[in-house]
Ligand binder design. Structure first.
Ligand code: MRU
Length: 355
C-alpha cells in the first residue's frame, strides 16, 4: 500500500551502494526538493540537529543508519574494542536532540544488535548492523500503515480534522502517523477536510504538512496556530490528530510546542483529541511527562528565521522550547500499530513488554 503521489518523496533511506543516507532536506521544503546524501556520522548528527531530517521515527531511522555508517570505519582487532568505539559514536549521536525517544531507542537497538553477534567475524558486523537498521525502517513503515487502519475506525467520512506540526510522510519512513488515517481515508473516499496549524516558529505545519497533503490531493486548509479556537468554535473540527515524540508510561505525551494548547482547546469544545504514533515512541523508563527533557532551540528561530528583516528588537530575551507535554487526561486515545488505548492507558506497558 504505497501512496503513489508521495512514494517518490524520500524522507530517509540508505543509498544503493550502502555508503550514504539519503534524505530530502526538509529545511528547503516546500520551495525546493533537494536530496542530500550523508556519508558520515557527523553529517547525520548535523542533519538531525538542524531538522534537515526530523520527526521522531525519521530521526530514529537516520540515527540507525548513521551508526551503521560509522561502524564501517571502525578499526578494531577484537569485539570489545569495536563495541567500545561503536558506543562512543552512539553517545555522540545521542546529543543531536534530546526529546524524541526514537533517537535513543534506535541507537540502543543497533548497539544491542552488535552485542548479539560477539562471535561474528568483525568484518561482518557492519553488514549485520545495516540489516538491523533496514529492519527498523521496515517495521516503522508497517507500523504507520497499521496506525492508519486503527485510527480510521475512529473517524467518519466528511469529518473536519485538525493537525499540528508534521506527523506525516516526512516525519517517518513513509505514510505518516497522524496523517496515516487521512491518506488511508483519501484512498477510500472519506473526503476529510483537514486544517493544518502552521506551527510556529519553524512552520512544520505550513512548510511540510500543507505541502504533503496538498500534493496527495487532500482537502487541506492552512491556519495560524492562534486560529484553532475559532475554527473549532465554528464547528469545522470533529477530531484532532497529532503525532508524538515521546509517550511517558502514564500516557503524558511530548509533541511539538503548541500541541498541549490544542488539547486544551479540544477539551473545551468537546472534540476528541487523538495521539498517533508507533510503540517505538513509548518510553516506559519515563514515568510521567515531567521527566521528559524539552529541547530549547536558538532564539533566532523566533526573532528572525524566515523573515526578510528581524521581527523583534535586537537583544530581546527569548524563550524557545521546541516541545510541550500534553497530560494523559486530555488525550482521548493513543493509537499505535497495536491498537487503540484509552485513559488510563494500561495497554502502553503491555504493548512494550509483550512486543
Ligand atoms: O521538531 P520536529 O519537527 O522534529 O518535531 C516533530 C514533531 O513534533 C512531530 O509531531 C512528531 O515528531 C511526530 S512524528 C510522526
Amino acid at each position: 500500500m504505497e501512496h503513489t503521489s508521495l512514494s517518490h518523496l524520500c524522507t530517509v533511506r540508505l543509498n544503493e551502494t550502502h555508503d550514504g543516507v539519503v534524505i530530502v532536506d526538509q529545511t528547503q521544503l516546500p520551495r525546493h526538493e533537494i536530496y542530500l546524501t550523508l556519508t558520515s556520522i557527523e553529517q547525520v548528527w548535523e542533519a538531525i540537529r538542524k531538522l534537515k531530517v526530523r520527526g521522531a521515527p525519521a530521526i530514529g531511522i537516520a540515527a540507525a543508519y548513521g551508526l551503521y555508517l560509522s561502524a564501517r570505519n571502525i578499526h578494531a582487532d577484537d569485539f570489545a574494542t569495536f563495541f567500545r568505539k561503536l558506543q562512543h559514536q552512539g553517545h555522540y549521536l545521542a546529543t543531536a536532540r534530546p526529546t524524541a525517544v526514537n533517537l535513543f531507542a534506535a541507537i540502543e537497538r543497533i548497539e544491542r544488535c552488535a552485542q548479539a553477534h560477539t562471535d561474528a567475524p568483525l568484518s561482518q558486523l557492519p553488514d549485520l548492523l545495516r540489516q538491523e537498521a533496514d529492519a527498523l525502517r521496515n517495521e516503522d513503515a508497517a507500523a504507520c500503515h497499521a496506525i492508519g487502519t486503527h485510527a480510521l475506525t475512529l473517524l467518519q467520512p466528511g469529518m473536519g480534522l485538525l493537525t499540528h506540526c508534521n506527523a506525516g510522510h516526512l516525519a517517518v519512513s513513509e505514510y505518516g502517523t497522524a496523517l496515516a488515517p487521512i491518506y488511508l481515508g483519501q484512498e477510500q473516499g472519506y473526503d476529510f477536510r483537514v486544517f493544518a496549524d502552521e506551527t510556529r516558529p519553524l512552520l512544520q505545519g505550513a512548510r511540510l504538512t500543507a505541502f504533503e497533503l496538498q500534493r496527495a490531493g487532500v482537502n487541506v486548509t492552512l491556519i495560524c496556530d492562534n486560529m484553532a479556537s475559532l475554527v473549532m468554535r465554528r464547528g469545522w473540527i470533529q477530531a484532532v490528530v497529532v503525532g508524538c515524540d515521546r509517550i511517558a508510561a502514564n500516557g503524558d505525551t511530548a509533541n511539538k510546542i503548541g500541541t498541549s494548547a490544542v488539547a486544551i482547546l479540544a477539551h473545551h469544545y468537546g472534540i476528541p483529541f487523538y495521539v498517533l504514533g508507533p510503540t517505538s515512541t513509548i518510553d516506559l523508563h519515563t514515568p510521567t511527562g515531567s521527566a521528559i527533557t524539552i529541547e530549547e532551540r536558538d532564539p533566532s528561530e523566533i526573532t528572525s528565521w524566515g523573515y526578510r528583516h528581524p521581527m523583534a528588537p535586537e537583544g530581546i530575551k527569548v524563550y524557545n522550547p521546541a516541545f510541550d507535554i500534553t497530560p494523559a487526561e486530555l488525550i482521548t486515545a493513543i493509537i499505535t500499530e497495536k491498537g487503540i488505548a484509552r485513559y488510563p492507558f494500561t495497554e502502553l506497558s503491555e504493548w512494550k513488554v509483550n512486543p
